[in-house]
Design a protein around this ligand. Structure first.
Ligand code: NAP
Length: 266
């Protein structure tokens, strides 16, 4: 049991997943009570029991399908009305590996519903309380694939680019109000995620794939450090800094209200 002062309640979506379960355990070990969210009630109950036993924290569960608008609203109302909530970890994510023209419309809807709509709505539910209390943390799981197109991960990559951009806007908006909005961009990690998406992770070079324990351990160090960006597999941080400055420079160069010369000919 951890003797740390109670840090409030951390809400963890995707808690039954390869990453979420370990992340939830790490939060409890740090002194958070937990609300574990996922669809699989039995798995949530078992996990809650295990974490509560090992950490001594209070662990509750909320079994919801986050792609169901009604269930998402129910959870969002619960979170917005609970002043004990101090951290929201948006870890739930889903994907389908398929050429775009073969992707089912249900798969598209599901990916956008979980990765975009649920993450946005739950963040929107907790943010007012965090601002009012002048503190709180939102952790959004994006992906390295937010920065790289991959034909068969079309919609998934786009949703993760959304997570990056939304989080960056929220950092600018909520950061000065005492709220940490953290983005975690994992590399390929060995979890059921790949099989669920319909891709054999063994087709990737083994050295490109991180162990879920290593990913979560790095993400939690990033949380302990209060970092806005957690890039678990990036050794040379100057690459990230160069990327950010290139983006700033690009936008600066485009904010001049004048068509570029190559578009004014003929
Ligand atoms: N694994 C990787 O290589 C990798 C790389 C980069 C980023 N990420 C991101 O990291 C996060 C965690 O991924 P993971 O590897 O842990 O994936 P995972 O093992 O497939 O787990 C996905 C989690 O999302 C939940 N979920 C899926 N659909 C849901 C729905 N309709 N309603 C509620 N919950 C739902 C699942 O819970 P239930 O089954 O109980 O509903 C499960 O807990 C995701 O955001 C993923 O995009 C993963």
């Amino acid at each position: 049991m951890n003797d740390a002062t109670n840090l409030g309640t951390a809400v963890v979506t995707g808690a039954t997943g390869g990453v979420g379960a370990l992340y939830a355990q790490g939060l409890a070990d740090r002194g958070y009570d937990l609300l574990l969210v996922g669809r699989q009630e039995k798995a949530l109950k078992e996990l809650a029991e295990k974490i509560s036993k090992s950490s001594g924290r209070t662990v509750n569960i909320a079994a919801h399908d986050l792609s169901n608008a009604g269930e998402l609203n129910t959870l969002a109302s619960r979170l917005s009305g609970d002043s004990s909530v101090s951290l929201l970890a948006n870890i739930a994510g889903t994907s389908s590996f398929s050429p775009f023209i073969k992707l089912g419309s249900d798969d598209i809807a599901q990916t956008i519903a979980i990765n975009v709509t649920a993450l946005t709505q739950l963040s929107h539910a907790v943010a007012p309380g965090f601002v009012e209390r002048g503190k709180g943390t939102i952790v959004n799981f994006a992906s390295v694939l937010a920065f790289r197109p991959w034909a068969e991960f079309n919609v998934y990559n786009a949703t993760k680019a959304y997570v990056v951009m939304l989080s960056q806007s929220l950092q600018a908006d909520l950061g000065e109000k005492g709220v940490l909005v953290q983005v975690v961009a994992p590399p390929a990690t060995a979890t059921p995620f790949w099989a669920n998406a319909g891709f054999n992770v063994e087709n990737l070079p083994a050295k490109a794939v991180m162990k879920s324990e290593d990913l979560v351990s790095a993400a939690l160090v990033g949380l302990d450090n209060g970092e806005s960006w957690v890039l678990p597999s990036l050794g040379d941080v100057s690459v990230w800094e160069a990327f950010q400055s290139a983006r700033t420079e690009l936008v600066k160069s485009m904010m001049n209200g004048t068509p570029a010369e190559r578009y004014t000919k003929g």
